[in-house]
Design a binder for this molecule. Sequence first.
Ligand code: ADP
Ligand code: K
Ligand code: ZN
Length: 433
Amino acid sequence: MKIWDPRIEEMPAEELKKLQYRHLKTLVYRLYSFSEFYHRRMDEQKVHPDDINSLADITKLPFMYKSDLRDNYPNKIFTAPQDELVRYHVSSGTTGKPTVVGYTQKDLEIWTNSLARSLTAAGLGRGDVMQVSYGYGLFTGGLGLHYGAEKIGATVVPTSVGNTERQIELMQDLSVTAIACTPSYMVHLGETAEKMGISIKNDTDLKTAVLGAEPWSEAMRRRMQEQMGISAYNIYGTSELSGPMFTECSEQNGIHIWGDIAYTEIIDPDTGEQLPSGEKGELVMTILQKEALPMIRFRIGDITSIDESVCPCGRTHPRIERIQGRVDDMLIIRGINVFPSQVEHALLGIPEVSGHFRIVVDRKGALDTMLVQVELNPDSFSDKLSDIMDIRNKVSHLLKNQLNVGVGIELVAPGALPRFEGKAKRVTDRRVM
Ligand code: ADP
Ligand code: K
Ligand code: ZN
């Protein structure tokens, strides 16, 4: 079993903690001195860098939220000057504005190294041919995995998403041994191959799948592994951390979070109190070495628990269990984050429809579908089919632009959707993992 960076990955846990503390201390001083945003935040919390004298003192520091990125759109809280940035990525925000993340050269190196360790932990290396079927472009998945796979000396086939039949042809022709994509796309790929008369298990060299960007279950893993003759590893990350960064090792029992890169806490989402190791709660991460967009105690919103015991694989870095859900109402549609508040925001800009809407999420075959039912405004209500079609096209177009994911639109008569007292129940999710 190869380890990419044994010195770091097998470092005794106590030493790792010391290293984390040193990084934290440096980070806090740097941010207090050079960032108006963090300086103000720490002042508000009445905490000074001198108050941070152990790793446990991290709880004195204020939390950060996705809304901090939205409120400082696009890059007002970046802590590196523009001429040191070498890349931007863009992810979904909670309302109209997306979240912009930026990277210096060193930030990209750390991200790539993180993935080099992770992909090696998943058993990959030189000689592997990896098809990267995550989206290339503004999302972090495609380019992230691309650089990570090249770093370990694998051969990359940058197929990106879509055109599944061609992906399967290439998989055969180029003797692809590994793939990175969403778990639902993996299932879709398997089903498409079946239809083409190709068995992934018997007619391809595929052995490893690195799957993430959306929740999936242990049952789904077992099914895929059996049916397709592969080992499937869970990969985790968010654009605010850099992108997908951390995976499971050969044990397939928790995702190793590289402690020199990120400090992990689990908190009670209601009280903000840190929970003891092993308990389920909201994942909070501090990115210890990032230059352009450091995150202190960032409340990611995913629910999981942490296991700090040394892994049988020899790695000392803590592991988080499979993500169990969200503390907020974020939906993930084909790997893309969608907030009901974004839908609401987009609909508010369209005079022909009202603010009464409902989202129905389902899975057709292996792929997610999203339907938005929205009430017409009384003024726009019409018996003419062509009028209705025009409005529907307009709504569909605007929502696709805002959400980056295709949505079905169903226009309904004014007053047709249920009204709620208190918090509206806007989402019906019919997917089974
Ligand atoms: P990515 O492109 O890596 O999906 P985003 O920032 O767009 O990054 O989305 C991050 C969110 O996606 C996470 O907060 C989490 O909710 C979800 N996610 C990513 N990977 C996984 C995974 N392996 N299992 C469950 N959810 C995941
Ligand atoms: K996602
Ligand atoms: Zn391990």
